[in-house]
Ligand binder design. Structure first.
Ligand SMILES: [Zn+2]
Length: 317
């Protein structure tokens, strides 16, 4: 099921609200104050805005957007839905400029804020995902570097020694073959940094596939099996030992970060990682359609902490 952009949910506010309520409240309205399910009345009247409910338990009024990243937004719901569908369906992401043009609404700044809030909806809830791998399963771990290439900068703007990994951001990704990915922005590749990430997110019953980075050596012994491929020595595949899955993840991620977003600031990298992990984990190959993926992103806007203030810098995409 692909996204039908002529669907009224993308143009009509009432249709958009009904769609959002159906996703948010599959069993009827839930009062955000006392938690009562399906025991509220929709208030009607000339001076009442549509979608305002009154709880029969605590008597408080509420709407479906309370407690979501859409709360207190002046952006119409149908624009949120359109933006979410566009971002969810774009494999390499969508720049705020592109989003702004396609929405035909607001300013670049509005589109930028919307994109970041939509990424929050795509981020997993804390503790929601189980560990990767398991018995008979393979989990590949690898790192990649993103950030300004020193050789592309004007000579007098280059920083001494800022070549290769230095001055760049390090991204660490774990991918279960045929399964999900979890990416983290890390400070360095030491065992001390890698250990808590790998130990917390990978089942010990898995076969762990890594390169020969020293940080993996000790922890590798705690897994059912640990294979290392020595990229430095030109070795990439040895039987079932390889990191092709995580390499392929990085290829898409880099095409997005470099091609679509033209690199991202350190402060926001985590949110872009959530976006790329989300699309990978809800991918077509696992049976998730564009429309179903967007629905998950919309469902994800609930229960997320609001972290954006108007004072946040717009220039940092
Ligand atoms: Zn209530």
């Amino acid at each position: 099921m692909t996204t039908d952009l002529t669907n009224p949910i993308f143009t009509d506010e009432e249709a958009a609200r009904k769609h959002f309520e159906a996703i948010r409240w599959p069993d009827g309205p839930i009062c955000p104050f006392c938690g009562l399910v399906d025991d509220a009345v929709e208030l009607k009247g000339q001076s009442t805005r549509p979608g305002l409910y009154k709880c029969h338990g605590c008597q408080k009024p509420f709407t479906a957007t309370i407690g979501t990243v859409y709360e207190r937004s002046h952006i119409p719901l149908h624009k949120w839905l359109l933006a979410t569908h566009l971002m969810a369906a774009s494999k390499k992401g969508m720049s705020a400029h592109q989003l702004w043009r396609m929405l035909g609404f607001g300013s670049y700044r509005t589109a930028w804020f919307m994109a970041h809030r939509i990424r929050e909806g795509m981020a997993p809830l804390k503790g929601a995902a189980g560990p990767l791998g398991g018995e008979g399963k393979y989990v590949e771990a690898d790192t990649t570097y993103v950030g300004g290439k020193e050789k592309n900068k004007h000579r007098n703007k280059r920083t001494e020694g800022n070549i290769g990994g230095k001055g760049k951001q390090i991204v660490h990704t774990l991918v279960e073959r045929g399964g999900h990915a979890v990416s983290n922005h890390i400070a360095n590749v030491s065992g001390k940094t890698l250990r808590p990430i790998v130990m917390k997110q990978v089942s010990r019953k898995s076969t762990l596939m890594t390169d020969t980075a020293g940080g993996y050596m000790a922890m590798g012994k705690e897994f059912a099996r640990h294979e290392m491929v020595d990229h430095g020595a030109g070795e990439y595949v040895r039987g079932d030992a390889h990191s092709n899955t995580v390499e392929s993840y990085f290829a898409t991620f880099k095409r997005g970060i470099v091609g679509t977003y033209h690199n991202v600031s350190e402060a926001h990298l985590k949110r872009y990682l959530a976006e790329f992990d989300f699309r990978y984990n809800e991918r077509m190959a696992l049976g998730v359609s564009d429309a179903a993926r967007a629905e998950k992103a919309i469902k994800g806007v609930a229960g997320k902490r609001l972290t954006y203030r108007p004072a946040d810098k717009v220039a940092n995409t």
